[in-house]
Design a protein around this ligand. Structure first.
Ligand code: ZN
Length: 239
């Protein structure tokens, strides 16, 4: 059979199966509901700020939720089980984090998805979350080389793993259309577009630091980073 046709049939069958298979809450396994009311409530945004230090300056990172309990389970169900409808339930956390940056008009640059992860999942997690938050992603970053899975690596190993792993496309220069005060505040910074880097989860900040380095090297003005969730401090470096 023609492989493209076979693939289309397989995908159609998988879609049909997804409608027939019993569903359970991504947060607590309660049957017959994709996300129960109690777990939906647990996803109420509570933005927290941290600062990641990079070789090219500090960057504030706002995260809408703690990566723990229900939020962690729902994010894993989205990423690892392909339950993309859950992105709608997580988008408010991203939007709340974005609002707290004070630069919500900045362009949103998603952390790039590796070709291997895209083949495995069939979608890009940060881009999906950006779209569900009602915004448009601007792809300025791509992988320059392969990296190992960050899980299981400690803080230093994570930093080494991602060092120089990203490159930024040099963007077309656009004049900021922000207020006079905002323009003045950024007058001493790069002339490229103002952007916010977006990822699903921040753990040690190694990946975000690498993104900031690559973007600033290309003349992009990175004002902040936002994530749906942040790993609680007590776990940082151990996941
Ligand atoms: Zn639940």
């Amino acid at each position: 059979m023609d492989s493209t046709f076979a693939k289309a049939v397989r995908e159609a069958c998988a879609d049909a199966l997804a409608l027939l298979l019993p569903v359970s809450c991504a947060g607590c396994d309660e049957p017959d509901v994709a996300l129960c009311e109690r777990c939906a409530l647990a996803l109420t945004p509570d933005p927290q700020r941290q600062v990641i230090r990079t070789a090219v300056g500090d960057v504030p990172v706002w995260s809408g939720l703690e990566f723990d309990g229900v939020a962690a389970r729902v994010l894993r169900a989205l990423k690892e089980d392909g339950r993309t409808m859950l992105a709608t339930a997580l988008a408010p956390a991203l939007a709340a984090a974005l609002a707290r940056t004070g630069a919500a008009d900045a362009e949103l640059v998603p952390m790039p998805t590796s070709p291997a992860a895209f083949r495995r999942r069939g979608f890009r997690v940060p881009e999906l979350l950006i779209r569900r938050a009602g915004r448009r992603p601007r792809r300025l970053l791509r992988h320059a080389r392969r990296t190992a899975d960050q899980r299981g690596l400690d803080r230093d190993a994570r930093r080494r793993n991602v060092a120089s792993s990203l490159v930024a496309r040099t963007p077309v220069r656009t004049r900021s259309r922000g207020s006079a005060a905002a323009s003045e505040a950024h007058a001493s910074r790069a002339e490229g577009p103002r952007v916010i880097v977006v990822d699903d989860v921040v753990t040690t900040g190694a990946s975000l630091s690498e993104a900031v380095r690559a973007l600033r090297a290309a003349g992009v003005d990175v004002v902040a980073a936002v994530t749906v969730a942040a790993t609680p401090r007590r776990f940082a470096g151990r996941r």
